[in-house]
Unconditional design. Structure first.
Length: 157
């Protein structure tokens, strides 16, 4: 059976399982999956669903989002956002209203920063397009029509 490019996930799961001092069978039982299936995931032969990854993460007491990133289900930025939200929502020292206000502020900062990045990207792209157009225009002019550099000697005729 060919590897599905999830070896990185399998190696990570094996490392986490060993760190937790669990046998393959113990982790499979705790996660509610079969021992052979978990073994195939660790060897990179199977790509588990998000639900299975969540069960395994819960059994290992690690972040499911980290497993999603390793499995290619979630990208790094999405994981960071989800983890930030999870930490805010799990904080027992603040009430529900405060949690919602914090999440609203967090969202507004993310939107503001995304808009600034988009605006800066547009400026850079416009400058690059203008520079390319100027270079193309200069290259299209006949050699005699090009402006000589101030320090350059006049062309020989």
């Amino acid at each position: 059976m060919a590897s599905l490019n999830v070896g990185n996930l399998g190696d990570y799961l094996r490392e986490q399982r060993r760190t937790a001092q669990l046998s393959l069978r113990q982790l499979a039982d705790a996660a509610g999956v079969s021992n052979p299936y978990l073994s195939q995931i660790e060897r990179g032969l199977r790509k588990p669903s998000a639900e299975v990854l969540q069960q395994v993460a819960k059994a290992l007491r690690i972040s499911a989002e980290t497993l999603y990133v390793r499995a290619g289900i979630l990208d790094e930025k999405e994981r960071d956002e989800l983890e930030t939200r999870a930490v805010i929502l799990a904080d027992p020292s603040i009430n529900e209203r405060q949690k919602q206000v914090l999440l609203q502020i967090y969202d507004s900062f993310r939107k503001e920063n995304a808009a600034e990045v988009a605006a800066a990207t547009e400026v850079v792209e416009a400058a690059a397009a203008a520079a390319t157009a100027a270079a193309d225009e200069a290259a299209a002019r006949p050699a005699g029509a090009r402006a000589a550099a101030p320090d350059a000697e006049p062309p020989l005729t």
